[in-house]
Design a protein around this ligand. Sequence first.
Ligand SMILES: *Cc1c(COP(=O)(O)O)cnc(C)c1O
Length: 419
Amino acid sequence: MNDFVYKNGRLHAEGVDLATIAEKVGTPVYVYSSSGIERRYREYADALAGTDSMVCYAMKANDNQAVLSLLQKLGAGADTVSEGEIRRALAAGFDPKKIVYSGVGKSAEEMAFALSAGIGEFNVESDHEVDLLADVARQMGKRAKIAVRINPDVDPKTHAKITTGRKGNKFGIDLDQAMDVFKRAAKHGSLEPVGVASHIGSQITNLEPYRAAFARMVDLVKALRVEGIPISVLDVGGGLGVGYTGEEPPKVADYAKIALDAAKDAGCKLVLEPGRRLVAESGVFLTKVLFVKEGSAKTFVIVDGAMNDLIRPTLYEAHHPIVTVAEPKPGAKARPVDVVGPICESGDFFAKDRDLTPVGAGDILAITHAGAYGAVMASSYNARRLAPEVLVRGHQFAVVRPRPSFEDLIGRDRVPDWL
Ligand SMILES: *Cc1c(COP(=O)(O)O)cnc(C)c1O
C-alpha cells in the first residue's frame, strides 16, 4: 500500500493528509494517487518496451475522466465495453485507433457509433454479432477490423462472478466453434479478421491459467493461418490480480513475459487489457464513523459510506483492508468489529469480524484497494448522492468528480402532469 503511508501520525496520499481531504471535500469520498497509477502503468510499459504491443486500459475499472486522461497521456489505449465508454475515451483524448471495443452484447447503434469514430478493433463474441457488425459496416461503406474472443475453457480460480473463460460462461466463443466463426467472418467483405482475443476472468493471482489459455490461443492462430486467415493480433485480455489480503500476486514483468512469448510464437502483435491492476491499489475510500454500537454478540462500527458507494464486499465477498486515517497509538489493541453502512440491507457491510484498533464517532476510516470497481459501480440507492472523487499529485489534490447536489438527484426525475 505504498501510495498511502502514515506521516506525522496521519495517513497520506502522496504528500496530502487524507484528514484534510475528508474535512474539505466531506465523506464518503474516493481518493486516487496519480503517481501510483502512473507507476503501475510504467510496470507494463517497461516490461513491454521495444516490443510490438499495446496496453489498452480496461476503463470499466475506473472511468473518471481525470484517470483516463492520465493514462492516455502516458501512452495507453483503451478497452471499452459500451458507446458511453467509447465516448469517454474519445473525450479523454485517446487515439481512436488505440480503442478496442469488447463486450458480449453490442447493439447496432453502438457498432455504428464505434465505426464512425474509427476505433481500432472490435472484439466479437458470437456468430450473430459477426453478421450484425458485417451488415452495419457494409451499410456505412466501412471495413471493421475484428478479433474473435474465444473461450479457452480454463479455470482462473477466482470468484465465480468474475470467472469468464470457462465453458458455460456467457463470454467468448467455444474453441471448437472458433474456426467456423472466423471462416464466416472472413467471407464478409466488410470485416477484416485480424485477431484472436480472450479474457479469462478477473483478480487472477496465478499465472498457470494464463499459460494454458495463451497456449490454446497460439494453436488457434496457427490453425487459422493454415486455413488462409492471417492473424496479426493476439489480445490476451486483462485480469491480473492485486493483493487485497496481503497476498503477492504475480509480477507484471513475469506475466508480460509469458504473454510476449505467446505473441512471438504466434507471430502477432500483443494487446493487453489490464484494468484492476492499474488502478485498484491507487485508490482509497474514506468514510467517517457515525456510531459505534455495542451489540450483545458483536460490535458494529457504523460509517457514512455504504454498499451503494462500494459494493465489492457484498457483491463478491471481497476483502478490502480497512485502516484508520489517524495512525493507531503504539500498542493499541485491535478487536473484531463489523464495519457497516446506513442502508437498510444486511448486505450493507464493508467487513465482518475485522480486527480494528479502537475508533469512535468522527474518526475517518480508509478502505484501501478501492481504485478499481469502486466508484464506477456506485448507485444512488436510498437516495444517497454518489461519492465524489479526488485525484492527488504530490502535495496537490483536485476534486475530479464533485458530489452531486440533492437538486441534481431529485431533479433528474419527471412527474407527468396527468398525475
Ligand atoms: C473487465 C475486462 C478487462 C479488465 O479486467 P481486470 O480484471 O480489471 O484487469 C479486460 N478485458 C475485458 C474484455 C474485460 O471485460
